[in-house]
Write a protein that binds this ligand. Sequence first.
Ligand SMILES: C[S@@+](CC[C@H](N)C(=O)[O-])C[C@H]1O[C@@H](n2cnc3c(N)ncnc32)[C@H](O)[C@@H]1O
Length: 202
Amino acid sequence: MNQQSLWDTFYTIQAWQKETLDLPQICANKRILELGCGNGKTLKAILSQDPQAVLAIDFSGEALKRAKEMIQDLRVTFLHTNVLALPGDLGTFDVIVCYYLLNNLTPAEQTSLIASLHSLLNPEGTLLLEDYTTGDHREQTTHTLRRDFISQERIKQLLANYTLTSCAENSFSPYKQSLQQRRIIRASAIHPVSSKKYDNSG
Ligand SMILES: C[S@@+](CC[C@H](N)C(=O)[O-])C[C@H]1O[C@@H](n2cnc3c(N)ncnc32)[C@H](O)[C@@H]1O
């Protein structure tokens, strides 16, 4: 089964219920692009900041079905497509949110996606990344969904053509009476005003 079908199956069985916490407060009155929006966990947090408009993309039809059930908001446009094959007429955005998507891509796909975002982000626009990082308990489990966890070094490599404004790892135990460690990485980067053409190596 390919990754898209696996995600569809995932969303027929379960969906994330809680709203994402700690999304930086930079979305008010802005045009936002959310990549890999799933069933809307982070989208809810974006909308709570009163953005001007949000384009929310996912390749799982099941995820979008659930997101649309939960979120009916005229500011949101949902797009059912693969983030690795984005249409060329999306316009540009002030903020691009990419939460827990990169680990689902191969390293080459991660590089290609981040490169493609350069032309979608307004000068001085912000790219927000959050993902599982090395040492997260999910590394120990065999999983049919792709998992390629993101280290700090990898973030710095991926964002070499942006101005990195923050990059920090955080670990905590999400489950009571369990030694499982959740390890995440959060980064934000700004599109430099005078950016060079993106070098897609690495
Ligand atoms: C772990 S979920 C994250 C959902 C959401 N960003 C959040 O913060 O709750 C990853 C999402 O990425 C989507 N996804 C994975 N690879 C994708 C791709 N190549 N194109 C579009 N969506 C993709 C999956 O369908 C899934 O909904």
